[in-house]
Design a protein around this ligand. Structure first.
Ligand code: ADP
Ligand code: S3P
Ligand code: MG
Length: 173
């Protein structure tokens, strides 16, 4: 099976994805890390040198490559991945999608010290601006995220709770 984690930056896709893969004995890949490896530069460097459109093209292509390479997979996507180039449809066609739906105040608390590595959140003057940017981004993306078959919200996004959700879905679907 393939499991795709989607949701906002700071939702915990990378952290939970890695833990779920261990829990389920599945290979784990992080879409941003795969892009960084292929491009030999950081996400921030790609955005700065090539712009967002280029990043979105690479992101969409690498997502499809990973799907083709891995019949069994837990994939942590980047926050914008499902929202460009038909990637949400591609994920849904290839496996089970899970939306980590984490409220803005929690995202702000987690991201306030690491926004710099996330180019769409970098260079904001203060916490209010970060909060506003995250709220606007969620509003624009919810139409994609909400297409996921599964959704979890804290505190129910623990490894065990989510793994149980996945098991229930795959045995009854
Ligand atoms: N369940 C959680 N509770 C508290 N903090 C978390 C949780 N999951 C992730 N974090 C923290 O939030 C930050 C973003 O996590 P990350 O897994 O990189 O999210 P994403 O890949 O969705 O952007 C990291 O500092 C991570 O340690
Ligand atoms: O939300 C976004 O558009 C992005 C999220 C990032 O991944 P995370 O969601 O893992 O932070 C990364 O792909 C890039 O900075 C763009
Ligand atoms: Mg991540």
């Amino acid at each position: 099976m393939r499991l795709f984690l989607i949701g906002m930056p700071g939702a915990g896709k990378t952290t939970l994805g890695r833990a779920l893969a261990v829990r389920g004995g599945l290979p784990f890949r992080d879409l941003d890390e795969e892009i960084v490896q292929r491009e030999q530069r950081t996400v921030a460097e790609i955005f700065a040198a090539e712009g967002e459109d280029y990043f979105r093209e690479v992101e969409a292509r690498v997502a499809r490559e990973l799907i083709a390479e891995h019949p069994r997979l837990v994939l942590a996507t980047g926050g914008g991945a499902p929202c460009f180039h038909g990637t949400m449809d591609a994920l849904k066609a290839a496996g089970l999608t899970l939306w980590l739906d984490v409220p803005v105040p929690e995202l702000v608390a987690r991201l306030q010290h690491q926004a710099a590595s996330r180019p769409l959140l970098a260079a904001l003057p203060d916490l209010e601006a970060l909060k506003l940017r995250l709220s606007e981004t969620i509003a624009a993306r919810t139409g994609f995220y909400a297409q996921a078959e599964l959704r979890c919200t804290p505190p129910a996004c623990t490894t065990e709770a989510v793994w149980a959700l996945v098991q229930r879905y795959t045995t009854t679907a």
